[in-house]
Design a protein around this ligand. Sequence first.
Ligand SMILES: *[C@@H]1O[C@H](CO)[C@@H](O)[C@H](O)[C@H]1NC(C)=O
Ligand SMILES: *[C@@H]1O[C@H](CO)[C@@H](O)[C@H](O)[C@H]1NC(C)=O
Ligand SMILES: *[C@@H]1O[C@H](CO)[C@@H](O)[C@H](O)[C@H]1NC(C)=O
Length: 382
Amino acid sequence: MASFLSRSFFFLAATSPLLVAGDEFIRGGVVPDGLRINEFKVLEGHDTPEDFHSPLPHEYIAEGELPTSWDWRNVTVGGNSGRSLLTHSLNQHIPQYCGSCWAHGAMSALADRIKIARGGVGDDINLSIQYLLNCGGGVAGSCWGGSHSGAYQFAKTDGPLPYDTCNPYLACSSDSTEGFCGAIDTTCSKANICRTCSTFISKGGTCSGIDHYPNATVAEHGTYNLFTSDRVHKIKAEIYARGPVAAGVNAIPLLDYKGGVIKEGSYFDMMVDHVVSITGWDVDEEGDEYWIVRNSWGQYWGEMGFFRLTTGTNLLGIESTVAWATPGSFTVANNFPCGEGGGGCGGKASDDNGPHAQYYVDPSINLQAVKRGLREGHHHML
Ligand SMILES: *[C@@H]1O[C@H](CO)[C@@H](O)[C@H](O)[C@H]1NC(C)=O
Ligand SMILES: *[C@@H]1O[C@H](CO)[C@@H](O)[C@H](O)[C@H]1NC(C)=O
Ligand SMILES: *[C@@H]1O[C@H](CO)[C@@H](O)[C@H](O)[C@H]1NC(C)=O
């Protein structure tokens, strides 16, 4: 047992950087695969994988209280069944290849949590992944890899996160020369946080940064790792109570995935080199419980961009490096309006109450509502 543990600890520590032994935070290695880069890397500046004060959902939801299945693509909202509270599927590899899975997995899960907090009301808030690529280089990652928990740390300390309507995904970071990346500026300048362009350059136009823009913040963030006892219960309670989580996975067995529930994988398949988001769980006809997982390789991949794999055995490393974040505030109305050319913003908002931010309320604030929802078979926030 001791030698198995120390061997697996060594092995996993070398491949799954988020495993925490005591207070020590262990940094990752590179998956020995010549073709695929390891997109899961913990950067030097990522020193705070955990920053939270609220109780974790498993502390107030027992495993037996959880529903047998939970799928954020298919929930009942305001009495209407069959609603999805997930934000849109993403594709990290266009317009050119970029190893930004870590940003996609992390931002998709966070944007889903904002959508859940809004009960699906209003146009979806899509967070800017390009902002993380432009500015998150020391803590979060780049096109050459990064970490979901680093993205959450960065969003909390160097936020706020702009929406993608002022900083769309370009699949470039300053260390990438792929495709058109060598020809564009992705440094962390003001215009590369949130920008507008006034008119054609030939007509005197310029592109410039915006001072005040609709944005979202991170309130708390944390991780669950392979040495988390009772980890399936903890991850399920987290997903049910607060929304999807980001998770490390080994992408190599997924490259040719064509659908169905993955039930087998070798020990070596647990090496994490990719990040995705777990959006729910269910039980198949054979009685096996599986995770429902969203990838960021487009909807033509897998099951409309998703895959499934059984829970409980850390298949493909999916339970070894889970990260979550809760939103802080997000702008829903009455931003500081800017002119088309970016001028005038930062002034008075369209009414005197200033920007209308919505503040996330952690479910632990109202445990009675959580318990009532569990008993009555609905979600406390919906
Ligand atoms: C949604 O869930 C209901 C049960 O809650 C199920 O009957 C239905 O088939 C599901 N729909 C989809 C598209 O998965
Ligand atoms: C977010 O993305 C979805 C899917 O593409 C889109 O329907 C929605 O309008 C977007 N929201 C905004 C504010 O752009
Ligand atoms: C972020 O949004 C809030 C309102 O939601 C606003 O008060 C704040 O000024 C915004 N921050 C920036 C940098 O625009």
